[in-house]
Write a protein that binds this ligand. Structure first.
Ligand code: ATP
Ligand code: MG
Length: 239
């Protein structure tokens, strides 16, 4: 865990839960129901990575892979202004890529290594959401194994990028009730081989009253247990 660096979320509570912020060299998954704040956190990190280290950033750029069409430049503008960054520069520092289906998403993943080698200032790669195309396209029990296999390869590729280029990888996953329903599909697990890749850090998000959200770390022995509350405001993620 040497040389790991952190990106602030703009919430001290959430940073505390994460041991200081979103880590480089690691994949962090945010999962939770619709409206739980996954996409808002992704927007916030693509802004915050640009902050200087003394303000909790890495003076870096972001790659934002949008699979659901929910990315909004206006949100980047508002969050950048609130963070004291020039909005136009902040928008220029985000490489936006829209993945139209799972094959396209995988193709973008295949090209990322070369892209980041050429753009070493990229310090975060975001995939929001990593699962939606796969879920929509590979329906039915007979396609589960193929789905898991493709998704695993994609996740492994992203993890390798994090390690090789000392960057943070953030993925999101819309999950309703049980966090393990998707990655740990029992149908796929039968047969003994571990088909699913467990990302470095998994954060479960839940809706609370009004603009409040609850975050909880799942399966991370090195991080403290417990829940924290944060808020989604006009300015972005806050305590
Ligand atoms: P999904 O699974 O549907 O993608 P999500 O977890 O990505 O959901 P977000 O889109 O991050 O959810 O969160 C949506 C919530 O963020 C809205 O319900 C709203 O409360 C809040 N939000 C979005 N934009 C703003 C804004 N400009 N000002 C304040 N709050 C906002
Ligand atoms: Mg979303």
């Amino acid at each position: 865990r040497m040389n790991v660096r952190k990106i602030t979320t703009s919430s001290q509570a959430l940073d505390g839960l994460l041991g200081g912020g979103i880590e480089t060299r690691t994949m962090t998954e945010f999962f939770g129901e619709f409206g739980s704040g996954k996409t808002q956190i992704c927007h916030q990190i693509s802004v915050n990575v640009q902050l200087p280290p003394e303000k909790g950033g890495l003076s870096g750029k972001a790659v934002y892979i949008d699979t659901e069409g929910t990315f909004r430049w206006e949100r980047i503008e508002a969050m950048a202004k609130a963070a004291g960054l020039d909005p136009d520069t902040a928008m220029d520092n985000i490489y936006y890529m829209r993945a139209i289906n799972s094959d396209h998403q995988i193709a973008i993943g295949d090209d990322l290594q070369e892209f980041i080698a050429k753009n070493p200032s990229v310090k975060v790669v975001i995939v929001d959401s990593v699962t939606s195309h796969f879920r929509a396209e590979y329906t039915g029990r007979e396609n589960l194994a193929a789905r898991q296999q493709k998704l695993n390869k994609h996740l492994h590729q992203l993890t390798r990028l994090a390690e090789i280029y000392d960057l943070a990888v953030i993925i999101t996953n819309q999950v309703m009730a049980r966090p393990d329903m998707f990655y740990g599909d029992p149908t796929v697990a039968v047969g003994g081989h571990t088909l699913y890749h467990v990302p470095g850090i998994r954060v479960q998000l839940k809706k609370s009253r009004g603009n409040k959200r609850i975050a909880r770390i799942v399966d991370a022995p090195h991080l403290p247990e417990g829940e924290v509350v944060f808020a989604i405001t006009e300015e972005g993620i806050r305590d």
